[in-house]
Design a protein around this ligand. Structure first.
Ligand code: TRP
Length: 465
């Protein structure tokens, strides 16, 4: 076996972890789950989850990875004992599910990027004018999204995106991943801040801020059973937690860094980006007269194509924006495929390129139905997010909090000063409050998902077959 790779530079690890965290979860998923959850009430619960559950959980993944220097399956087996490898197996399955639809959605961003190359966004929208005429609710931008999000377009761009992901992972972590991240995060932040400043000048920006930032505790009290699992799922998704990405990335650490500091930086960037996306999207949606609670997976596409169509320089901004998000999605997709690939390399002894191509191929096929009908997006995303990620985070907390807490504290202290009682605080936060919250979130998430299966999905099946 060849020697295991490590990150080429000191900042390589942080960049790659930020690259993994920042992606479609921030730009695409965050605005529509926030809309579904009622705006500010959801935002509040989400932020609490990020700080109080996300932070301890990212540290847990880091210590398990750095301690064992293995892929998630091997890492859990070594850390917890042989039965734990099955939990690692769940992580691998989660990676398959998430990446399959992630690639389809990322393909949409590539598609919208290309739109900007061929004509202005206003020009593209004009082509859908007839199809949208005569309806109050349906706008050109929605018809355009519906046309591009499924069918041949979607299929082709899913294929392209998955091919790129496999190619980069096949090249290995040093040459591939570290390189891709360095420009992307600053570019996204600059673009988003600019767009948010423009969105602030829209007529209903004030109403949008109230919706997004001023929580209605009545909504929270009546809707908590759906807000809680959705916020938990979104927090794990956006931070790439619950399926061993951070275990894998920390396993390539050659030196003892301050993991708490690294975790804070990663979480800070990720949360800031999602938050600013909300400042861009909600003023546009509300000023356009739409109800953000009705927004769906297309929200970011409708609102931004309209914005780019209005703005004089919209074509170039749009090009830049969609292109940058596509790259951000690529660095996230890479991290998911890297987990699956490192598992096959370490445990089955395949070559890197064989592992990346084989696993990438299966994931690609799993994503194809999504390009046919978006109900499959809900089917996969609901399961991954509402159930699998929360489950993954929960078992990891049991492992670190109850099975081997001392090892975890010792490992965390390397690269930091001795933690003293802070280490106990961390372990006890994990042991009881976090585990209870995650159990509740998992239960509610399962209930929601079963409801979807027996409701919307069963209805779709009955109507289609
Ligand atoms: N965090 C990424 C995003 O927000 C997606 C992602 C990458 C992910 N790796 C993950 C989600 C692992 C869950 C688990 O776009």
């Amino acid at each position: 076996m060849t020697q295991r790779e490590t990150w080429a530079t000191r900042t390589g690890f942080i960049l790659a972890a930020v690259g993994s965290a920042v992606g479609l979860g921030n730009v695409w998923r965050f605005p529509f789950v926030t809309g579904e959850g009622g705006g500010a009430a959801f935002l509040l619960v989400y932020l609490l989850f990020v700080a109080m559950v996300g932070f301890p959980a990212i540290l847990a993944e880091f210590v398990v990875g750095r301690k064992t220097k293995r892929n998630p399956v091997g890492a859990l087996r070594e850390y917890g004992g042989s039965a734990w490898k099955y939990v690692g197996g769940v992580f691998i399955v989660t990676g398959f599910v998430i990446l399959s639809y992630y690639s389809v959605v990322a393909g949409w961003f590539v598609r919208y990027f290309l739109l900007g190359l061929t004509d202005s966004y206003a020009g593209h929208l004009a082509a859908y004018e007839e199809a949208a005429a005569g309806s109050e609710e349906v706008t050109e931008s929605m018809v355009m999204f519906d046309t591009l999000a499924t069918g041949l377009d979607s299929f082709l761009f899913h294929t392209l995106f998955m091919a790129l992901t496999v190619g980069i992972v096949a090249l290995g972590i040093r040459r591939g991943i570290e390189l891709a991240v360095k420009v992307m995060v600053p570019a996204i932040i600059i673009l988003l801040v600019g767009l948010a400043a423009w969105a602030a000048t829209l007529p209903d920006a004030g109403a949008a801020y109230a919706y997004y930032l001023n929580p209605d505790f009545g909504v929270l009290a009546s809707e908590w059973a759906s807000i809680l699992p959705a916020a938990a799922g979104q927090a794990f998704f956006t931070l790439s937690l619950g399926m061993g990405v951070m275990i894998t990335y920390a396993s390539y650490l050659g030196e003892d860094r301050n993991l708490a500091e690294d975790g804070t930086i990663i979480i800070g960037f990720d949360t800031a980006i999602a938050f600013i996306v909300g400042l861009v999207v909600f003023p546009i949606i509300i000023s356009g007269g739409a109800d953000p609670g009705q927004e769906t997976v297309g929200a970011i596409f409708f609102s931004l194509t309209e914005a780019f169509a209005e703005l004089g320089v919209g074509r170039w901004l749009g090009l830049l924006f969609f292109g940058t998000v596509a790259i951000a999605a690529l660095s996230s997709a890479i991290s998911i495929l890297e987990v699956v690939t490192s598992y096959v390399i370490d445990e089955k002894g395949l070559e890197r390129w064989q592992a990346a191509l084989g696993m990438g191929g299966v994931i690609y096929l799993l994503g194809v139905p999504v390009t046919y009908d978006l109900i499959f997006l809900d089917l996969l995303d609901g399961f991954a997010d509402g159930v699998l990620l929360v489950f993954g985070a929960l078992v990891l907390m049991v492992l670190v909090g109850w099975i081997a807490p001392q090892v975890a504290v010792d490992e965390l202290q390397k690269g930091i000063a001795p933690l003293g009682s802070l280490g106990d605080v961390w372990i006890w936060a994990i042991r009881v409050p976090l585990i209870v919250v995650l159990l509740v979130a998992l239960y509610l998430g399962l209930v929601d998902y079963v409801e979807f299966l027996t409701g919307d999905f069963a209805g779709w099946v009955a109507a289609t077959l």
